[in-house]
Design a protein. Structure first.
Length: 360
C-alpha cells in the first residue's frame, strides 16, 4: 500500500509499506480521505516524531474485521456497550461500513475518564492508528474501534468526515471555556479552526468578532457569521476590540495561534472576569510573561484545551450532519495522495485556504 511519510518539514515522501496485519479485535479500514491539520505544519511539533506516516483526521470503509469481534462486547456508534456481530448491519460495525475513526481512544475506567478528561487518560495517550491517516489502509486497534469509531450517515461524504476531529476539538474548547448565550467572543486567527469557532459560537448565541491579517480569511469569517472582523495589519487589536464592544472587551478570547505574542494580546483583549482560551500549544521553549497582579484583579481565567474525546467527536458528527458546521464551504482544496506535499505546503502557507484534504 502507498503511504505518505514525513522525514522532515521539507522532506515528505510517498512510499510503499505492507498492509498491516490485524489482530482479533482490530479492524482494517480502506482510507478514503484524510485532512491536513495545523499541527502537522508546526515544525517543532511534527519533526520530533519523524519519520512518521502523516495524518490523524481520516475517514474510510471497513474492509476487514478481526476474527474475535463477533463475540466481543464493544462500544458502538451510540456510545453503548453492545454485542458486536457482523450479522447485524443496522446496529453493529461490519465489513463495508463507512466510518470516522479517531487516532486516540480512552479506557473509560481511569480517574481521568470518569471525570470526563479523556485526553489525559494513559490509554488515550498511548493509543494510535497504524501506520497513520495518509495511507491507503489503516489498522484501527480494538481500543480505538471500541472507544471512538463512528458510523457515518449516508449523507456525510468521506472528505466531509475528515472535519469530525477538528470540529470536536472546537466543541471541547468552547465547553471548557463555558461559553454562554450573549457572550462576546473574540476569535484570533481565522484558519479553518477559527472559522469553526465562529460557526459554533454563533450557533450558541454569541456575538463574534474575528481577527486576522489575511483578506481571504477575514472575508470568509463574515460569510460564516462573524458580526465583525478586525484586520490586524491595519488596526491595533485591543483598540479595535474596545471600539467594537464600547470598552467592555471580550468575554471569551480564543487564541488560535500557538504564538507567545498572540497569547499576550489575547489576555489584553479579555473583559473583566473574562476567559482566555489557548487553543494551540506554543513551542516547548517559549515562555509567556504575565503580570499576575493584573490577571488577579481583573479575574481573568486562562484555559487550555488539548484535542478531544469521544463525547466531542459524537457531538461534532451531529453538528456536521445537521449543517451547523458547513463542511462543504470549509474544505477549499483537495489533493490526491501523490500530491500530499503540495497539500502540506498550502496548509503551512496559511493564506488563501481553509481545510485542505487528501483524497484516495
Amino acid at each position: 500500500m502507498r503511504v505518505v511519510k514525513l522525514y522532515s518539514f521539507d522532506d515528505i515522501r510517498v512510499e510503499d509499506m505492507p498492509v498491516p496485519d490485524i489482530g482479533a479485535g482490530d479492524a482494517l479500514v480502506r482510507v478514503r480521505s484524510c485532512g491536513i491539520c495545523s499541527g502537522d505544519v508546526m515544525p517543532w511539533y511534527i519533526e520530533k516524531k519523524a519519520p512518521l506516516v502523516l495524518g490523524h483526521e481520516p475517514a474510510g470503509e471497513i474492509v476487514k474485521l478481526g476474527r474475535g469481534l463477533e463475540a466481543k462486547k464493544i462500544r458502538g456508534s451510540e456510545g453503548k456497550h453492545i454485542n458486536f456481530s457482523t450479522s447485524q448491519p443496522r446496529n453493529f460495525f461490519k465489513k463495508g461500513d463507512r466510518v470516522f475513526f479517531h487516532h486516540h481512544a480512552p479506557c473509560f475506567n481511569c480517574a481521568y475518564c470518569k471525570r470526563g478528561d479523556h485526553v489525559q487518560c494513559s490509554t488515550w495517550r498511548g493509543s494510535g492508528i497504524i501506520p497513520g491517516g495518509i495511507s491507503e489502509y489503516a489498522l484501527v486497534p480494538e481500543v480505538n474501534l471500541r472507544g471512538d469509531t463512528l458510523l457515518l450517515p449516508e449523507k456525510i461524504s468521506f472528505d466531509h468526515a475528515t472535519l469530525v476531529e477538528p470540529v470536536a476539538c472546537v466543541v471541547k474548547g468552547l465547553k471548557r471555556a463555558g461559553m454562554k448565550h450573549g457572550d462576546t467572543v473574540l476569535v484570533m486567527g481565522l484558519g479553518v479552526m477559527g472559522q469553526i469557532h465562529i460557526m459554533l459560537a454563533k450557533k450558541y448565541g454569541a456575538k463574534v468578532i474575528g481577527a486576522d491579517k489575511v483578506p481571504f480569511r477575514l472575508e470568509k469569517a463574515m460569510e460564516f457569521g462573524a458580526d465583525s472582523v478586525i484586520d490586524i495589519s491595519r488596526e491595533d487589536l485591543a483598540d479595535a476590540v474596545s471600539r467594537l464592544t464600547d470598552g467592555g472587551m471580550a468575554d471569551i478570547v480564543v487564541v488560535g495561534p500557538g504564538d507567545i505574542k498572540a497569547m499576550s494580546q489575547g489576555i489584553g483583549c479579555a473583559a473583566r472576569a473574562g476567559k482566555v482560551l489557548f487553543f494551540t500549544p506554543a513551542g516547548p521553549d517559549d515562555i509567556l510573561q504575565l503580570r499576575p497582579h493584573d490577571i488577579y484583579f481583573r479575574d481573568i481565567n486562562i484555559i487550555t484545551s488539548y484535542s478531544c474525546g469521544p463525547d466531542d467527536t459524537k457531538a461534532a458528527l451531529d453538528l456536521i450532519s445537521e449543517g451547523s458546521v458547513d463542511a462543504r464551504r470549509l474544505i477549499t482544496h483537495r489533493f490526491p495522495l501523490e500530491k500530499t506535499f503540495e497539500a502540506f505546503s498550502l496548509t503551512a502557507k496559511a493564506e488563501d485556504s481553509l481545510k485542505v484534504v487528501v483524497i484516495f
